[in-house]
Design a protein around this ligand. Structure first.
Ligand code: SF4
Length: 327
């Protein structure tokens, strides 16, 4: 189990706006927090969260290491009194890959920053350029290695289906991300938000998105590959929010995107076993916590077997099985 206390710094430090980004909508916040806000949020979380040693204080929504140093210090210092024995385990920040060097990593470590997440988004330079990211694939690779060398946990964030990306680009991105061996990834299939460059491109017909179903299939394959590689997918799909829903013009917004992908992972595994057995085995075991993933949204996996093979399948629990394991 792992929790974050999310404190948002919308667009702080960002040198410009990337094609898809509108942090004011995503974070539901207009203003930047000050030290007293950090203390108030942490104090409240401290009273509410039981598993403090598995919880990090997280500064998300901007380019943390590109913020002015006094502001970084202000926020990090305010968080210090909530860290240590019997308190929260560390600090997590997200930032741009071209804003990492040895000096900043030493600085972050001195304030107990335990994890750095980089917005990689794509691992193809043409896609990065087309989406005004302002950094290269090589920046992601270099920054990732530096973070790991400093003994800080590495997280990478990818955005699937960006403007001018192809399925080939997406597959290469997945492979290159796995080659960097991050501890965690977040996968964000594109959501076209109003007041972004992507919104303009979409409205003018310049940006055409892949079909929704294809994206679910692709992301489910990627999730399985990350899992096999021992990389935790800690987020898949933008969080469900009224604000995002209101400002979403197109893209892959779904309140349970991750679950849709996991349903496909389980369906494929059951299908493989079913076919191996000459379509005779119809009782599948999964971990009891994974029942709903295996059954599928609105029982979609049960229906699939019923409609495709006229077979009624049954799903039972087995505590010995791990996530995505089926017997
Ligand atoms: S994607 Fe990251 S770097 Fe780009 S504008 Fe948004 S917060 Fe800033």
């Amino acid at each position: 189990m792992h929790n974050n206390i999310a404190i948002f710094v919308p667009h702080a430090g960002c040198p410009f706006r990337c094609s898809f980004c509108n942090q004011n909508t995503i974070t539901e916040q207009e203003h930047l927090p000050r030290a007293e806000d950090v203390r108030r949020i942490c104090r409240q979380a401290f009273a509410e969260i039981k598993h403090k040693s598995q919880t990090e204080i997280a500064f998300f929504g901007g380019s943390f290491t590109a913020m002015p140093e006094p502001y970084m210090r202000e926020l990090l210092e305010a968080a210090q009194e909530f860290l240590g024995e019997g308190k929260f385990s560390g600090i997590r920040i997200s930032t741009r890959p071209d804003c990492i060097d040895d000096e900043i990593l030493t600085f972050l470590k001195s304030y107990h920053v335990t994890a750095v997440e980089l917005g990689a988004q794509s691992m193809c330079n043409s896609v990065l350029q087309a989406n005004h990211r302002g950094h290269s694939v090589e920046d992601v690779q270099q920054a990732s290695r530096k973070i790991q060398q400093h003994g800080i946990e590495l997280g990478l964030q990818v955005m699937t289906g960006l403007y001018q990306s192809s399925w080939q680009n997406e597959r290469e991105t997945g492979e290159r991300i796995r080659a960097l061996r991050p501890a965690t990834v977040r996968i964000y299939p594109v959501v076209v938000l109003s007041n972004t460059l992507l919104a303009k491109y979409y409205q003018s017909g310049k940006y055409i998105l892949f079909p929704f179903e294809e994206m679910v299939q692709f992301v489910s394959e990627q999730m399985a590959l990350y899992h096999q590689a021992g990389i935790r997918v800690i987020k898949c799909g933008l969080h469900a929010s009224e604000f995002v829903q209101k400002d979403c013009l197109a893209g892959y917004y779904h309140p349970a995107f991750r679950e849709l992908c996991e349903n496909i992972i389980y369906r494929k595994k059951m299908l493989a076993l079913f076919q191996e057995s000459g379509q005779t085995k119809t009782i599948f075991s999964v971990h009891p916590n994974c029942f709903s993933k295996a059954i599928g949204q609105k029982k979609s996996n049960l229906q699939y077997f019923q409609e495709t093979f006229q077979k009624k399948i049954q799903i039972i629990g087995d505590d010995d099985l791990l996530l995505y394991e089926v017997k």
